[in-house]
Design a protein around this ligand. Structure first.
Ligand code: CA2
Length: 144
């Protein structure tokens, strides 16, 4: 069975606590349960992780290459300035799909630019939690 790693970055552990008008009112735990269930339906093993620490995200991206067929990544605010995460993505030979719950292009100017966009397979933004499921589907499509 194919394996997909879903990585959520800084502050996404705060989902469901504040800013519901931007991020909805569901928690990270419910997002992760939903994705694991979605994986069972689609016959793919989904593993979910979250960290607030850039170095941990780098380690997970690098290590994923030997254990997973693809990565769904919401790098949070690191999206906008972390060249280290960009380089880690570029260094692995598995596809990475970038996801944002909110429409980063319709928000503050600093959120419009993604430094990881040039090295990912594609970007999904503004579709809420559904974006993660669409990213899983896109990865599954790319495997076949
Ligand atoms: O829209 C997204 O998914 C973001 O990646 C979320 C990041 C933000 O820095 C990006 O620009 C866009 C931040 C996540 C913070 O999430 C919170 C959720 C609830 C309460 C506070 C923060």
């Amino acid at each position: 069975m194919e394996r997909i790693l879903v990585i959520n970055g800084p502050n996404l552990n705060r989902l469901g606590t504040r800013e519901p008008s931007i991020y909805g009112d569901d928690t990270l735990a419910s997002l992760e349960q939903r994705l694991i269930h979605f994986g069972e339906i689609k016959n793919v093993k989904v593993e979910c992780r979250q960290s607030n620490h850039e170095g941990i995200l780098l380690d997970w991206i690098q290590e994923a290459e030997s254990k997973f067929s693809g990565i769904v990544l919401n790098a949070g605010a690191f999206t906008h300035y972390s060249y280290a995460i960009r380089d880690a993505i570029a260094s692995v030979n598995i596809p990475v799909v970038e996801v944002h719950i909110s429409n980063i292009h319709a928000r503050e100017e600093f959120r419009h630019h993604s430094v990881i966009a040039p090295v990912v397979a594609g970007q999904i933004a503004g579709l809420g939690f559904k974006g993660y499921e669409l990213a899983v589907l896109a990865l599954l499509d790319s495997f076949s």
